[in-house]
Design a protein. Structure first.
Length: 276
């Protein structure tokens, strides 16, 4: 398997399990630092490589009036501060090609949202930055369709990439995770990430916003790690009930450590008996 280099560590193959985690969207610099600092401390105790995650703009919210974040300029300034103060790599998502270059000046990983995973120009722009590109599998795609995404990135000069499973549409307002997607996408030769929080999302479940079933995150995470993944993606919050985006599927910050301990125990068994 090809490994990717993020900051001073690698993801993939026999590398330790990595975690991409943080709030769904940058609500404030202070709250983002609080969440990031707490997750970093947890990962330090557990020996997990940590990448701080947050969006500067949630461009695909259900409602025109939903909170989207601080925007490109202010959001990247906040992410730069978080990166410097916490000393951790950053992952953030881009929605338009022009955002790739400025985001790459701060972020170590550029993330392509699931809805946009087939957008050739967006993939090309992200690839051209030289940063690691993490592409979320569209809710509407079969896992083997992601080979075309890999090919697009290759053609654009990118060989530092990851693929993320975040659930597939299953009727209206519902997602289901087909665990077969993990080994299928891993067979392409690149690290695979499991997004445990968006996989329990109920898209549009609240009419003007999405809902979710947070109580199932731990079960899906355990299952995915048992199947075999290289990293976890989890949105976390100190108080999801007052989160400004995706609160219903975010993990409580004070529940994260126990969840990661279970994931690490399973990951160790998988690595021992089924080394990549």
């Amino acid at each position: 398997m090809n490994k990717v280099t993020v900051g001073n560590f690698t993801i993939g193959g026999d590398a330790p399990l990595a975690l991409l985690a943080g709030p769904c969207v940058l609500e404030s610099l202070e709250r983002s630092l609080l969440i990031g600092r707490t997750v970093k401390e947890i990962c330090g105790r557990l020996g997990i490589n940590y990448v701080f995650k947050a969006s500067f703009d949630k461009a695909n919210r259900s409602s025109f009036h939903s909170f989207r974040g601080p925007g490109l300029e202010k959001g990247l300034a906040w992410l730069k501060t978080i990166k410097e103060e916490l000393g951790v790599p950053i992952v953030t998502d881009i929605h338009e090609s022009y955002q790739a270059a400025p985001a790459a000046e701060v972020a170590d990983i550029l993330q392509i949202p699931a809805f946009l995973c087939r957008q050739t120009d967006l993939l090309h722009a992200a690839a051209q930055t030289g940063r690691v590109v993490n592409v979320k599998k569209g809710q509407f795609l079969a896992p083997d369709d992601m080979r075309n995404v890999v090919d697009k990135l290759h053609e654009s000069g990118c060989d530092q990439l990851m693929l993320t499973e975040r659930g597939a549409s299953f009727g209206y307002h519902n997602l289901v995770v087909d665990m077969r997607s993990l080994p299928i996408m891993r067979s392409f030769g690149y690290p695979v990430v499991f997004d445990g929080t968006h996989s329990v999302q109920l898209p549009g479940g609240n009419g003007t916003s999405s809902s979710g079933n947070r109580e199932y995150v731990e079960y899906l995470v355990r299952a995915a790690v048992g199947v075999g993944v290289d990293a976890l993606f989890l949105e976390v919050h100190d108080n999801p009930e007052e989160a400004l985006s995706d609160g219903a599927n975010m993990v409580y910050l004070d529940k994260l450590e126990d969840l990661l301990k279970e994931a690490l125990a399973i990951h160790a068994i998988v690595q021992q008996h089924h080394p990549v």
